[in-house]
Design a protein around this ligand. Structure first.
Ligand SMILES: Nc1ncnc2c1ncn2[C@@H]1O[C@H](COP(=O)(O)OP(=O)(O)OP(=O)(O)O)[C@@H](O)[C@H]1O
Length: 322
């Protein structure tokens, strides 16, 4: 019996909870994600991103809560959910002993792609994912980027409506990361819904229509990347100093000028000061510093990034679990 629920939502998630032993990993997660959009679940290592994906992909069960994925309840119709999703995770489905083409062929059989369409599909995917030249080489010889592309190509066999990408670019070099982003953009143009997890703020910013920030088992913020950035002001002054001592001094001086805790910058020699990017505002910051005898070695203005958003929301920089 098909008890599909009519909805414009690809995901309708209410009150998901999950603990492992005494450790509460998800402490009440609600999500509404429209069809055809890219959603990014952003959080540091150990925040519970993979656990969320595993629950929504019906690989593990939540302790509490409900989720409707592509119109099907994960509790009542897990096999229907499985039929319309594809999952690429940190544990890839690629069989290293097989070639790229053989991996795709195996997946086509598993996904019941009709026999007469299989080879054409495999050729198309090899082309789409730039794997034609290595199609007949064993996957064990592939670079990290090639393996990730093959994994994603395998996920597309069977035309899933919803694709989970669990940290798709972790460990890839910048070039492979950009290549993966381009592939993701092509997928979205084709109409699929993407549920992406990432620790990279820039990745969420680049790809996602909406972002949710997961911290301490809860969603601490949700919105478009632009909305989240707006939460920390439109502009910031980035001040770089020569020594940590100068940074400390500047922090004390600016505490009187800017009435918020200053987030640390990309490294400990940078301070990020939320301020309008106009002459008067910038001058007042620099004058206050000069009066105290602290001179930044470098001054730039920039839009805040999602690192700043994370700091503003949680009072701490993104932290990996210890
Ligand atoms: N099967 C399990 N048994 C016990 N603990 C688990 C299990 N799966 C996950 N955990 C724990 O749950 C927490 C969240 O893990 P999860 O993998 O969901 O985080 P994550 O946000 O995906 O992190 P990462 O970026 O490291 O993959 C971690 O502390 C992890 O050790």
């Amino acid at each position: 019996m098909n008890t599909a629920i009519a909805t414009d939502l690809a995901f309708d998630v209410r009150g998901l909870r999950k603990s492992f032993g005494a450790q509460t990993v998800l402490d009440g997660i609600d999500l509404s994600i429209g069809r055809g959009s890219v959603f990014a679940l952003l959080g540091p290592n150990g925040a519970g991103k993979t656990t969320t994906v595993q629950i929504l992909a019906t690989l593990i069960k939540p302790d509490e809560g409900t989720a409707v994925v592509g119109g099907h309840s994960i509790a009542d119709e897990p096999s229907r959910v499985r039929r319309i999703i594809g999952v690429t995770g940190q544990f890839s489905a690629v069989d290293e002993l097989l070639t790229g083409a053989e991996n795709l062929r195996l997946m086509a059989r598993l996904r019941h792609v009709p026999k007469d369409g299989r080879e054409a599909l495999i050729e198309r995917l090899l082309r789409q994912f730039d794997l034609v030249d290595v199609a007949n080489k064993s996957a064990a010889t592939y670079s990290g980027g090639m393996r990730r592309r093959l994994d994603l190509a395998m996920t597309l066999v069977g035309d899933p409506q919803i694709i989970f990408l669990d940290e798709p670019t972790t460990g890839l070099d910048p070039r492979s990361r950009r290549a993966m982003w381009d592939i993701v953009r092509t997928l979205v143009a084709g109409g699929v819904t993407l549920f992406l997890t990432t620790q990279y703020l820039e990745e969420a910013d680049q790809l996602a229509d909406r972002v949710a920030v997961l911290d301490g088992g809860r969603i601490v913020a949700e919105g478009t990347p632009a909305e989240l950035k707006a939460a920390v002001g439109e502009e910031q002054l980035r001040l770089r100093f020569a020594t940590a001592e100068e940074v400390g001094k500047a922090r004390d001086v600016l505490a009187a000028v800017v009435p918020i805790d200053l987030p640390a910058g990309g490294d400990e020699l940078e301070l990020r000061v939320p301020t309008p990017a106009n002459g008067a505002a910038v001058r007042s910051v620099l004058n206050a510093l000069a009066a105290a005898g602290v001179e930044p070695s470098e001054v730039t203005t920039a839009a805040p990034d999602l690192d700043d958003v994370f700091f503003a929301l949680t009072g701490a920089p993104t932290k990996e679990e210890s």
